[in-house]
Ligand binder design. Sequence first.
Ligand code: SME
Length: 158
Amino acid sequence: MAEDLHIISGTKEEQYKALVPQIKALLEGEPDLIANLANISGALKEQFGWLWVGFYIVKNEELVLGPFQGPVACTRIRYGKGVCGAAWKEATTLIVPDVEQFPGHIACSSLSKSEIVVPVIRGNIVKALLDVDSTSLEEFDTTDQQYLEEIISLIEWN
Ligand code: SME
């Protein structure tokens, strides 16, 4: 497909419904993982305008910064540390309505107020995490969880 994104306005659900097929088309036929993680980050950032959208990849027992869009971020996160490390440990999506209330939250940017972290799980193993940060409190809910998990399921991880 053409490498441009059709941005739409509307409810969060309407935005995801327009975005998911476009992400699907972007990933189709492209086997390179980094390219695909980069385009997912770009598509989400462009549609929703969140502060930070990107991936942390599990490498040698820690998380290492992967493709992202937004301000520079910490490069390594240990198991169980911060929201990302906790989502890795629990192997589940974490929605944090107010990052200041999350014990051990790692503040890469003081502008971040709420966060959602979705693990990429293949064969029962967490391979990576999608991390999204917003400048608004309580930005993320189960609608984001549902669609971000759907987007994550599109990634072919070999
Ligand atoms: N806040 C995250 C760290 C990553 S940055 O937000 C990009 C955490 O607590 O794990």
